[in-house]
Design a protein around this ligand. Sequence first.
Ligand SMILES: NC(=O)c1ccc[n+]([C@@H]2O[C@H](COP(=O)([O-])OP(=O)(O)OC[C@H]3O[C@@H](n4cnc5c(N)ncnc54)[C@H](OP(=O)(O)O)[C@@H]3O)[C@@H](O)[C@H]2O)c1
Length: 280
Amino acid sequence: MADATQRPLALVTGASSGIGWAFSELLAEHGHDLVLVARRGDRLRQLAERLGSDHGVTAHVCEADLSVPGAPATVHSFTQDRSLHVGVLVNNAGYGLGGSFLESSWETHRAWMEVMAVQWLHLSHLYLPAMLERRAGRIINVASLAAFCPEPPGSNYPAVKAFMVGSTRALSRDLRGTGVTATAVCPGFTDSEFHDVLGSTATVSKIPRLMWMRARPVVEQGWRAAQLGRPVVITGFNNKCVAALCWLLPGWLLDALAPKAVLERTRVPGRGPKTTSAVP
Ligand SMILES: NC(=O)c1ccc[n+]([C@@H]2O[C@H](COP(=O)([O-])OP(=O)(O)OC[C@H]3O[C@@H](n4cnc5c(N)ncnc54)[C@H](OP(=O)(O)O)[C@@H]3O)[C@@H](O)[C@H]2O)c1
């Protein structure tokens, strides 16, 4: 079925809320048609309607659970079947896992690793060949400031985001001179549903407001960096300062200075000690 328009096309994972929603709005404002990917189809349809009426673009809804092995291939088939040529791939879907390492079942860890470490790499692998053929394309991976920070007890989140940053940097080098770029966007604390899903809203409410950003400036800075072909961008001045301090200071001093709210250990009734890793 042919359904392509002359407008450039962006695919955004995790478009049903937060940073992915804001990226979709920004890209629609810049004249892109969209493929919106997430599990909550109702939210995606609501966004698609809004983008159509506000910006006159076409937004396709692709409901997918990216923790299911093989889901990226299903998403790719969705676009192939409709002759949709993805020029911008925003790998944004993600979430945090609370608790100590053993508190979550292996299935919970496996599904999380699928979303955080596998699916975005697979999507890039699927969409890059056509981008290279057209000698144009942008891969944008939403990583985190956490990639540069010490790990809260039991949390694999900084490690998996550091993998995303390193992998994006390597891909960016691989793509030099091809017309295709890869950029890791590293936000700090950002207004979204992230901390509600993680169950850390009460904990992070203690973090000063000046350490928070709205999703809109995050995606504006991310998009600008992608257009300039930068491999990595840390969004916001304060977050850049945090990353610089984490790079400069020794681990023992960082542990001593880390805000209690970031590493706070709480007790979950009946479930033993729990670490609320309030990582960004
Ligand atoms: N907010 C922050 O403080 C912060 C800071 C640094 C980095 N980040 C990163 O930013 C990205 C976006 O997070 P956000 O802050 O915008 O949080 P959010 O509002 O909770 O959005 C997360 C998005 O990921 C999607 N998602 C989660 N699991 C999925 C799955 N199994 N399959 C498909 N989609 C899935 C969700 O959609 P459905 O639930 O509808 O599937 C939702 O659209 C994440 O990668 C996060 O790690 C966030």
